[in-house]
Design a protein around this ligand. Structure first.
Ligand code: FMN
Length: 350
């Protein structure tokens, strides 16, 4: 079935295809939620061996949707029915903004990879807040991924994050600080210890919500470890690794802007995650994202120390059955290795 949907969608410009998916999933969820239940039965894996309690929230299984697919939190019910165990919506900025000029989203089907330069196109805090007020608390954990507006100068960036944390405090289960997108000029410069320590210190004063740091895979591993250490010392509840890469040498035909994701990112992201986990496994919650497209890859990240994994690009290329396949595959691999519960597998390689 997804083969047919994909064939049609891949005839369209990637962003038009995404708009159609958003239109459909948001309306099905709103007007005919009963239609979703056959999908949920098919795609959502329920098995107590995969349940986890992390930062005060129960995750039914470890596979979630990476940030950027549901930027405006319009598709939550539909995406849950397609099998995701948690959804990270956003990136949300305080004010609505259109993002970068189009075209800004490119598929590479042969390489199962994506290049995007979206630039935090989103409806802005107030509209998204109103939407979330109708849904939250939600049936699965919701993460709010937050970033600064493009036009906010670096010296005012902290205020953008303060506004977002205050605004979303009662409308999500965790938040993720995004200073790792390559598509907002200057954003990655905020991946420095001065800013990160100020930001998490400020956050601790205004919220009890768990706040995680999402990082890019392009900095040296040692610098990333220092940055994560700094975030954790100042109150971060976990690390999400990684965002897209700006290493364009990974993909023949890549443009010289935006970020790469999917299969071409896999090795880089996995190695980066491994380096982070080597230092921080057992000290905080780790989420691995980047090039995950199978149960084997998800399980490898779990053995390396990931409590949760997220997918984005592979969802486009393989469809929602990937959620079921990854979870069922993880259960088989746990059987093979003699783990009864996922908690025994997490970090088993450490
Ligand atoms: C089109 C697109 C838009 C994205 N937008 C965001 C975003 O707004 N915020 C964010 O933190 N990550 C964003 N990402 C990054 C993903 O969440 C994820 O970290 C990255 O794509 C690597 O995972 P993947 O290889 O499974 O796609 C985006 C990725 C894509 C492909």
């Amino acid at each position: 079935m997804y083969g047919l949907v994909k064939k049609i969608m891949f005839q369209l410009q990637p962003e038009s295809a995404h708009d159609i998916v958003e239109w459909s999933l948001s309306r099905i969820g709103r007007y005919t939620p009963a239609l979703l239940s056959p999908f949920a039965k098919r795609f959502f894996v329920v098995n107590e061996r995969l349940n986890q309690s992390l930062f005060g929230t129960t995750f039914a299984h470890p596979v979630g949707l990476g940030a950027g697919f549901d930027k405006n939190a319009t598709m939550l019910k539909g995406l849950m029915a397609l099998g995701f165990g948690h959804i990270e919506f956003g990136t949300i900025t305080p004010k609505a903004q259109p993002g970068n000029p189009k075209p800004r989203l490119f598929r590479f089907p042969k390489e199962e990879s994506i290049q995007n330069a979206m630039g935090f196109n989103n409806d802005g805090l107030e509209r998204i807040k109103a939407r979330l007020q109708a849904h939250y608390p939600f049936a699965i954990p919701l993460g709010a991924n937050i970033g600064k507006n493009r036009l906010t100068p670096p010296q005012n960036a902290l205020e953008d994050y303060r506004t977002l944390i205050n605004g979303l405090n009662d409308l999500c289960d965790y938040m993720v600080i995004n200073v790792s997108s390559p598509n907002t000029p200057g954003l990655r410069d905020l991946q420095n210890e001065t800013f990160i320590s100020e930001l998490f210190s400020m956050a601790k004063e205004i919220t009890m919500k768990p706040i995680l740091l999402k990082i890019a895979p392009d900095m040296p591993h040692e610098s990333a470890i220092s940055l994560c250490q700094c975030a954790l010392e100042h109150g971060a509840s976990g690390i999400v690794a990684t965002n897209t890469t700006t290493d364009y040498s990974l993909l023949d035909g890549a443009k010289e802007f935006g970020g790469l994701s999917g299969k071409v990112l896999r090795e880089k992201s996995a190695a980066f995650f491994r380096a982070i986990a080597q230092t921080f496994y057992g000290k905080t919650t780790l989420i691995s994202v980047g090039g995950i497209d199978s149960a084997q890859e998800a399980y490898a990240r779990i053995l390396d120390g990931a409590s949760l994994v997220q997918i984005y690009s592979a969802f486009i290329f393989k469809g929602p059955s990937l959620n079921r396949d990854i979870n069922e595959g993880i259960l088989s691999l746990m059987d093979r290795d003699g783990f009864h519960h996922i908690n025994e597998a997490i970090g088993a390689n450490r």
